[in-house]
Design a protein around this ligand. Structure first.
Ligand code: ADP
Ligand code: MG
Length: 270
């Protein structure tokens, strides 16, 4: 019964999501830490089962230094298990909270941002939309490298699964066009990337709101708060361009990585 789980010891639970739990586990043969994401398929409807299997399929096909590494998967007793590399530094959301209001140095923000953008460029060049980009889904390794994770609602463009799904992802990170009923597209990921950059620079979410209707109101009315001029004009403009209300005016991942202010940083840390 436990055949595929043999050789894996559970260390502790590290996260609990809407559909399953996330565990730190250890391989008995080499004592290596891994993360096991476990979805109870018996609690899921057919669409959710498909989505859980889709996450495994997508992650298994990805290989990038800034994307969480796929280590294997198996189904056992109506549970879908996904094994991946462990990111000891935890997620960026928790990292931001640990600052207790003390701003990050600009260089640190830009280095993280470049790595997130490179992961997203890799996805977009493979016709994959992440659709749930947020600081809780961006992880850090022990050495402080970025690993993008949680492909739970990621989609391959042109796949048979319905593309027009509207209310997806986390409402906080939804772009104005999604509230207008337009389908999720590359530029909606770019908006969410802008939200992440805003959070790194202000330690706050761009649209604080009491409830969902207040949130929808704020995002649809637009006007993103300014980033403190403690940071360079380049960084302030980058946030505003990613969070442009018109999807077509937001830069693509490649356009960002070609900007001189960003290129200078890349040549420094690569
Ligand atoms: P969910 O679909 O439940 O949001 P996630 O994949 O985002 O699932 O995992 C939930 C949480 O578990 C994350 O926000 C993070 O704190 C933690 N986590 C997930 N995967 C890893 C990992 N590979 N390394 C470290 N922490 C992780
Ligand atoms: Mg998540």
């Amino acid at each position: 019964k436990q055949s595929r789980m043999e050789g894996i010891e559970v260390v502790r639970e590290i996260g609990r999501g809407s559909y399953g739990s996330v565990w730190l586990v250890r391989r008995s043969n080499n004592q290596k830490n891994l993360v096991l994401k476990c979805v109870e398929l018996s609690h899921c409807n057919q669409q959710e089962v498909e989505a859980a299997r889709q996450e495994v399929l997508i992650l298994a096909g990805l290989r990038h230094p800034n994307i969480v590494s796929y280590k294997g998967s198996f189904e056992l007793d109506r549970r879908l298990n996904l094994l991946m590399g462990y990111c000891e530094g935890g997620d960026l959301f928790t990292r931001i909270q640990q600052q207790h209001g003390s701003l990050f140095p600009e260089q640190k923000i830009i280095r993280w941002f470049i790595q997130i953008t490179m992961a997203l460029q890799y996805l977009h060049s493979h016709n994959i939309l992440h659709r749930d980009l947020k600081t809780q889904n961006i992880f850090l390794t022990r050495s402080g490298l970025i690993k993008l994770g949680d492909f739970g609602i990621a989609r391959i463009l042109g796949s048979s699964i319905d593309m027009a799904t509207t209310m997806i992802g986390t409402p906080y990170y939804m772009s104005p066009e999604l509230f207008a009923g337009l389908p999720y597209n590359y530029k909606s990921d770019m908006w969410a990337l802008g939200c992440c950059l805003y959070e790194l620079a202000t330690l706050k979410h761009p649209f604080p709101a009491r409830d969902i209707s207040a949130l929808i109101n704020r995002i649809s009315r637009g006007k993103v708060g300014d980033v403190s001029n403690h940071y360079s004009e380049d960084l302030q403009c980058l946030v505003q361009s990613l969070m442009n209300r018109s999807p077509g005016l937001r830069p693509s991942t490649s356009q960002i990585l070609l900007q001189p202010s960003i290129r200078n940083h890349i040549s420094v840390f690569l």
